[in-house]
Design a protein around this ligand. Structure first.
Ligand SMILES: *Cc1c(COP(=O)(O)O)cnc(C)c1O
Length: 219
């Protein structure tokens, strides 16, 4: 079970079983293969195995490796899962099909302007600092209603995204994010990584972001 293609099949099976356990329809969770730090030679076998949705956390790194890969294989969707500086909004809008890290009013404004200029509208997820951790990205839970309202007015908001606190049982945080999304009528839920994606699927994740379980450990 060591090739990326084998790992992909294994993870797909685990997502399907978790969905079935929770009574969710098959195919209701999108697997984002987070390829940050990995080069094109490492990524190509996953593309060959049929994976079409990938995630990166840096605009610059993605701009360096993905245009060539996308030219070789049309139909690949690229998701930005890392923090985004407002001055890179235009580049992010040009490159990505979804942005999971919208977490402050200034970024909402910058993305709206960039989307209007480019006439291109990637799906946006509002990142929530679900554990209210001081050092972490994401909008404070208390600030979410205002941010969500202003974002929904100008951006194609697809859902909420969160990374629960490290080292704690993630399920309560996933359940809280799902409840907040429900309360606000938002349908997308980007939650779950290599160590906890099955839990996230049982609690309603529409997108899981899996890196090391697919590609092996990063440097
Ligand atoms: C790197 C990263 C992931 C993937 O993490 P793994 O633990 O390697 O699966 C998911 N989400 C975000 C925001 C990341 O930065």
């Amino acid at each position: 079970m060591t090739s990326p293609a084998n790992r992909l099949a294994d993870i797909g099976g685990r997502i399907a079983r978790a969905a079935a356990l929770a009574g969710r329809p098959p195919g209701s969770t999108t697997l984002i293969a987070v390829s940050k730090t990995h080069d094109a030679d490492t990524i190509r076998p996953l593309i060959a195995a049929g994976q079409r949705v990938f995630g990166e956390n840096r605009v610059q790194e993605a701009a360096g490796k993905w245009p060539a890969l996308q030219e070789a294989q049309p139909g690949i969707a690229l998701h930005l899962v890392g923090q985004l500086q407002s001055n890179k909004a235009a580049e992010a809008v040009a490159l990505f099909d979804a942005i999971h890290s919208v977490d402050r009013p200034s970024l909402v404004t910058a993305l709206a302007r960039a989307m209007d200029a480019a006439d291109r509208r990637p799906d946006c997820f509002i990142q929530v600092n679900i554990g209210d951790e001081p050092q972490k990205g994401g909008c404070a839970v208390a600030d979410l209603p205002a941010l969500l309202a202003s974002a929904c007015a100008v951006l194609p908001v697809a859902g909420l995204m969160a990374v629960p606190p490290a080292g704690l049982e993630p399920a309560p945080y996933f359940a809280l994010l799902a409840k907040i999304a429900r309360d606000h009528g938002v349908s997308g839920l980007s939650m779950g990584m290599s160590d906890d994606f099955e839990t996230a699927v049982t609690l309603g994740a529409t997108h899981v972001r899996v890196g090391s379980a697919l590609f092996g450990a990063r440097q």
